[in-house]
Write a protein that binds this ligand. Structure first.
Ligand SMILES: [Zn+2]
Ligand SMILES: [Zn+2]
Length: 157
């Protein structure tokens, strides 16, 4: 479907339930529920990134699967408010910066993907995942790039 603008997903224009399904065996027939607001933001993000396909690394998770991969017990993935995404040829920080511009998203930058969710920005709006450490920006922090550079700078010390 790459590059095909006529594609029509069963969740939104470019997204499909199968992409968001919890990957565990138990959830194979479970209903996939994804926030309309999140889908709207993801469609906007896709546009902002030149209409390149957004690959969903992780969408829905049942509590058991979420625990098995070390997710937060109250992860937004459990209630369909989150997606871990990547885009071929675009660095996670650049995906994050585009998401920041769109607004209304909590953004976690990892090495190979970006966590996005539509929970209210509390306790924080930005995270950086780095070598198994989660750096969480203060709620007042409204500059992802600056925060990213500070964390990256710390790494190099
Ligand atoms: Zn599951
Ligand atoms: Zn995530």
């Amino acid at each position: 479907m790459d590059g095909n603008n006529k594609s029509l997903g069963d969740l939104s224009t470019n997204f499909w339930k199968k992409e968001f399904r919890c990957p565990c065996k138990k959830c194979r027939r479970k209903k996939v529920r994804v926030s309309e607001f999140l889908l709207f933001k993801l469609e906007m993000l896709r546009m902002a990134l030149g209409n390149k396909p957004i690959i969903i690394n992780s969408g829905n998770r049942c509590p058991e699967y979420n625990a098995s991969i070390g997710g937060y017990p109250s992860s937004a993935h459990i209630i369909g408010l989150a997606a871990d995404v990547r885009v071929k040829g675009i660095k996670p920080i650049d995906i994050g910066l585009a998401a920041e511009k769109i607004g209304g998203l909590r953004i976690g930058i990892a090495r190979t993907y970006v966590h996005l969710d539509v929970r209210p920005p509390s306790p924080s709006k930005f995270w950086i995942y780095e070598n198994n450490i989660i750096y969480s920006a203060k709620i007042e922090n409204n500059d992802l790039l600056k925060f990213y550079q500070i964390i990256k700078g710390k790494e190099g010390e």
